[in-house]
Design a binder for this molecule. Sequence first.
Ligand code: COA
Length: 307
Amino acid sequence: MGARFIGWGIAVPDRVVTNDELSLTLDTSDEWIVERTGIHERRIGGTAMSLGVIAGRNALEDAGVEAKDIDFLVFATTTPDRITPATAPMVANELGLKCAAMDVNAACSGFMYAVRTAYGLLETGNKRVLVIGSENLSRWVDWSDRNMAVLLADGAGATVLEYDPTENDLLSFSLGADGADADLLTCEHGGYFQMDGAAVFRRAVRVVVDSAEKALAMAGITADDLSLVIPHQANIRIIQAACQRLNIEMDRAVVVLDHYGNTSSASIPLAFDDARKNDRVHKGDYALLTGFGAGMTWASAVVRWSQ
Ligand code: COA
């Protein structure tokens, strides 16, 4: 069984918020944010639905398929527009899809959880699945809380996965969850995101390294074989620490958090888009896609691009 990525798309709000702008109202500075996180600016605005629709439409166009060609929409979001209904059916309606549509909430691992779900759907008879990761994190940020305000942002990314009996992009997956760490990063009903940043940092590095090693072993390759690492974009120091432990030089990692901040389930497709625009995605190359997030959840996959 094979599944191929046949198209990608993104959406980011127009409004750019720089570190200097945040420093006007928060006890923080551009210097601190850049040194501790790698983030210089972020995009703020839109909703999970509005951004998701644009990213989804762009992915359909990039894939050269129409709404009627999609059999299932898997919509990853931590920040659905409403508790119910899910955001997916509304996005499907806007895109003209006439298929099943559901949300997946695995926080910042959401995109990879959605890709894993899509793979399973292709295995069981669906021909094409649209996967969208879309976030409106800014809505749930207390803008007077410097701990979260400097990190989180809005954006969306999407891909179309197609069943292919002869070619396969997705060689292996390693996903996990550990609810014992649920309180490390939370957002209660009617509340705001709250986090034990240092504990999340330590745990994130461990789960990324562990799941990456498992996915690499399952794919039958080593870290040396990877041309690219497309990690969840939370903090440059987390990416550096994980790459160092995996013996991967940083020039193989895609980093877009400097201008997008942490966009949760949108961050991996946003990073992919950047890699492709910079001609870093080549047929036959191996890539590691890896994410972690609240839950805690984590998810790594080894990909070999078929186009
Ligand atoms: N601006 C300025 N100073 C800040 C600050 C901010 N936004 N946030 C914290 N500080 C201060 C602290 O009060 C502390 O001051 P002190 O030394 O006087 O006590 C100092 O900076 C260091 O704080 P600390 O929390 O130890 O910083 P850190 O290097 O651990 O960085 C995070 C904090 C949040 C950036 C980092 O822990 C992190 O990125 N964690 C993971 C978060 C994450 O990835 N979440 C998403 C998961 S998907």
